[in-house]
Design a protein around this ligand. Sequence first.
Ligand SMILES: [Zn+2]
Ligand SMILES: [Zn+2]
Ligand SMILES: [Zn+2]
Ligand SMILES: [Zn+2]
Length: 271
Amino acid sequence: MNTSVFLLALSFLPFFEARNQAANFIIAPPAEGVEAKAEKPDMTGYTICPACVGKRELLLEEPDFGQHDGRLLGGSKKKRKKCPLCKGEGRFASFMDPADITLQIARDHETFVAEHRGKGELSVGEAFVPHDAYESLDRNKKKMIEEAFGKACTKCNWSGIEACKKCSGRGVLPCPENDCKNGFLVTKTTTEKTRRRSGGMSGNNGYNRNSGFRSSSGSRTKTIKETKTTVLVCPTCEGAKFVLCPECNGRKAHPCKKCNGLGIKKKGGGF
Ligand SMILES: [Zn+2]
Ligand SMILES: [Zn+2]
Ligand SMILES: [Zn+2]
Ligand SMILES: [Zn+2]
């Protein structure tokens, strides 16, 4: 189902580089007007609708449970309808897959570290500084550099988002309707019909066996069970088999509450 693991159109590398640049401004302040813009990449995108697989419509094929008493012999009832899950869009706006984002951040951070180590730089907290500059840094400067880069939020690890717990980051849930089978509601109702009949008026078997014994007073009942199958398009998912997650409304994730979506650990001592 997930084919995009290494193909995410986003990179956190510029974000890490910008944070590192800001940290290095502690050693060599930037020229007037130069800023390090450490913005996270845009993690929003689209999810292909799992109900219509992007086709915008559903082909509903009513399952045959004998509900038509054989009247549909040889053919099933097919009906096209606008996909109710994506409202005919074929996709819906969401965050990129949170698991993919987590993986992407890990890879980009690895690349960031490898590139700076490759240049012979030394780490100060999460930041990297040139080897020569490192020698001249006192404790206070190091602390400032460390703080300028910041630390990852322990909950979301730089991403600023948390996968929705309700749907495990999928954005949709299986139709919650108990009787929903592949988008159809199949209900079986059994009715019992009781018929009273008097001994003398009953069918041959009864009549023969009882004749002469209870011909006038004997009255017996016969119960007939009738099972009726009703097949309806499920009113909950309207045939889509899935519903949008009510927690994230299909967006798969929420901004991280711990860091207010910044992805960065708040400094000790409050806001
Ligand atoms: Zn759809
Ligand atoms: Zn966070
Ligand atoms: Zn359903
Ligand atoms: Zn959700």
